[in-house]
Design a protein around this ligand. Structure first.
Ligand SMILES: Cc1ncc(COP(=O)(O)O)c(C=O)c1O
Length: 451
């Protein structure tokens, strides 16, 4: 059954939902019967264009819904709405449980979350917290955590931080910045499509700048009208390259000559396996770099605790924005995190998980070397994911769909490009699965690839 696109867009995805809720809206429409079994969905490219969102957002929604059993994908016949029995139509599936192997990039080992230490940190923090600190918070964040983080970031990442602003995840941080900056912002190509969609949702024009083996092509920034750039310089997301020292200097010179702002998203620099990561770019030009960090990769995304170090001249504007948004983030978890850092629990957890992730990464790479030796791993020295480069001509989006139908959540590299990808690949998160499960997942990928 074909669907008329205009109708689909207007009936299912009202304006306010288009950017954020494609996956949720499709799920709801199928459950409520507004999208009938057998209905054929448009290609991810078409739907992304229709809705004015990144293609990766649509392919990731399709993959999720295929994994949950709402959609089916078959080579040659595209993506269609699956037939759900009356009982299953009423049930709310648990997405994470529906994947046999969830290789979504960006997830740490959730089973390694230091539950006992976190409870102890909460108890200790609450015992110490003066009653006054239970009132409305300072919108910049709890002073005890800001101080701990300033010391921690100077020690671990070389960040020059006179002060730190606490946010609800990097997502909140990026939203604050987007609304403050407006205009055009350069983003890496490929990049995190969630971040790009978020910037666009606040009215920013995102300008993709290619990434090569040395990181973002800084020389191309001067050909744009951008007054800001978002970079993952320590470990490019998703390709994993490190920004070359000469490009770091050139980037800073570009920002200084144009009085532009560099947003340094330092999302996983603590997870480097061969040697310590290069220090943060921020220390080269604290007046032109906004440094952004998060607990999402170290502890868990559910923490929603992140931070910004902003140039002195912008600090009051950012804090004002935060106050107008939500009066500041919750104090008690911040006090617990301050306790965890102060007492060494954060560093201990990082040492434990670094060893764990290294073993998992090695298991994944060895399994690929055994089963798919012609696939080339990229960006393996750090982080919680690798990119497997596929033989030229492979349709990585088709492979993603085939894998989803087998219960494997493995994202195609094409999702992370606004334009044409340089080569096909899979972006595979390995931190959340045991070595045995990773080996099984690679066996399944081998079967799906039909090599
Ligand atoms: C490139 C990048 N930046 C930042 C984050 C963390 O975002 P948040 O702190 O909102 O969880 C992620 C998580 O997936 C990411 O991949």
């Amino acid at each position: 059954m074909e669907t008329n696109w205009t109708t689909f867009r207007e009936l299912l995805l009202p304006e306010h939902n288009r950017r954020r809720g494609v996956e949720a809206e499709l799920r709801r429409a199928i459950r409520e019967g507004r999208l009938a079994p057998g209905t054929r969905l448009p290609s991810s490219r078409d739907l992304a264009q229709q809705l004015g969102i990144a293609r990766g957002t649509v392919t990731s929604a399709y993959a999720q819904l295929i994994g949950e059993g709402y959609l089916t994908a078959r080579r040659g016949s595209g993506t269609t709405v699956a037939s759900l029995g009356p009982e299953s139509a009423e049930r709310t599936p648990e997405p994470a449980e529906r994947w046999r192997y969830n290789l979504r990039p960006g997830l740490p080992a959730l089973s390694a979350f230091p539950r006992a230490e976190w409870v102890a940190a909460h108890r200790a923090a609450l015992a110490e917290l003066p009653d006054d600190d239970l009132s409305y918070p300072d919108p910049a964040g709890y002073s005890g955590l800001r101080k701990e983080l300033a010391d921690y970031l100077a020690r671990v990442r070389g960040v020059v931080a006179r002060d730190v602003v606490i946010t609800n995840g990097s997502a909140d941080a990026l939203s604050l910045l987007a609304r403050m900056l407006k205009g055009s912002i350069a983003v890496e190509e490929p990049s995190h499509f969630g971040a790009v969609s978020m910037l666009a949702s606040h009215g920013m024009r995102t300008v993709p700048i290619p990434v090569d083996d040395h990181g973002i092509r800084v020389d191309l920034l001067s050909t744009t009208d951008c007054s800001a750039v978002l970079v993952t310089s320590a470990h490019q997301f998703p390709l994993g390259v490190v920004l070359h020292p000469e490009r770091r200097r050139a980037l800073v010179e570009w920002a200084q000559s144009r009085d532009a702002l560099i947003i340094e998203d330092d999302y996983d620099a603590e997870h480097r396996y061969d040697r310590p990561a290069l220090g943060a770019l921020q220390s080269l030009a604290p007046e032109h770099v906004v440094y952004q960090g998060s607990t999402s990769k170290v502890l868990a995304p559910a923490m929603r605790l992140a931070w910004l170090v902003v140039p002195d001249r912008l600090r009051d504007t950012v804090v004002d924005r935060k106050r107008l948004d939500d009066l500041g983030s919750a104090t008690i978890p911040q006090a617990a995190l301050a306790h965890l850092i102060r007492t060494g629990g954060y560093d201990r957890h990082l040492r434990r998980t670094r060893a764990l992730y290294r073993k998992r990464r090695d298991a994944l790479l060895n399994a690929f070397a055994d089963h798919l030796p012609s696939w080339r791993p990229i960006g393996v020295a750090a982080g919680l994911h690798v990119v497997m480069r596929l033989p030229d001509g492979t349709d990585d989006l088709a492979l993603q769909q085939e894998l989803a139908s087998r219960g494997v959540n493995a994202m195609a590299l094409a999702n992370f490009y606004a334009g044409e990808p340089s080569y096909p690949g899979l972006v595979l998160g390995y931190a959340a699965l045991s070595p045995d499960r990773l080996r099984d997942a690679v066996r399944e990928i081998h079967c799906a690839a039909g090599v």
